[in-house]
Write a protein that binds this ligand. Sequence first.
Ligand SMILES: Cc1cc2nc3c(=O)[nH]c(=O)nc-3n(C[C@H](O)[C@H](O)[C@H](O)COP(=O)(O)O)c2cc1C
Length: 180
Amino acid sequence: MILYVNCCVRSDSRTDRIARAVLSKMDEYTELFLSAEDIRPLDEKLLAKRDELLSAGHFDDPMLRFAVQFAEADKIVIAAPFWDGSFPSLLKVYIENIYAVGIVTRYGADGIPQGLCRADELVYVTTAGGKYIPDFSYGYIKALAENCFGIGKTRLVKAEMLDIVGSAPEQLVAEAVASL
Ligand SMILES: Cc1cc2nc3c(=O)[nH]c(=O)nc-3n(C[C@H](O)[C@H](O)[C@H](O)COP(=O)(O)O)c2cc1C
């Protein structure tokens, strides 16, 4: 199963358009449109519930559905615009919800995470109004995927400078699609 994690907020999202071009070169996919999901930041009550489920091995509980779905995907495409040097906070909340020890990762005796995800590739798609700086968006996702989730390959697909006066955003998006 190919999982499309859609964290694009605007209805005419350019990031989403590029992501769908990436997906068109793959197989059928399951879309998770984050804005439409009931995904909440973990508070004390939710944390306690999750700890209980994980220690009892109740991985089929609805609360863990996003983590199980992520762990079982064969390929993952994440689309998120470049916001405030990073990505929309909704994506961080999603990561908080999928990062379940025992499902997407586990700790070795040395304290180093060992990935449990099936996916062999994660593609991160983004667009930026100005120059794209990957440190706190793609850089973070790549580090998690490779060091914690066991996903061997990550790839960045981007279009940048879309909102700069004098730029031709449609052409830049078309170039990103043509480069796939
Ligand atoms: C809340 C918000 C924060 C943004 N922050 C940045 C930023 O830090 N750097 C930048 O280059 N562009 C920034 N932008 C511009 C977006 O990255 C750009 O318009 C992007 O193409 C939006 O993607 P979309 O068309 O998929 O919605 C921001 C836009 C919004 C709405």
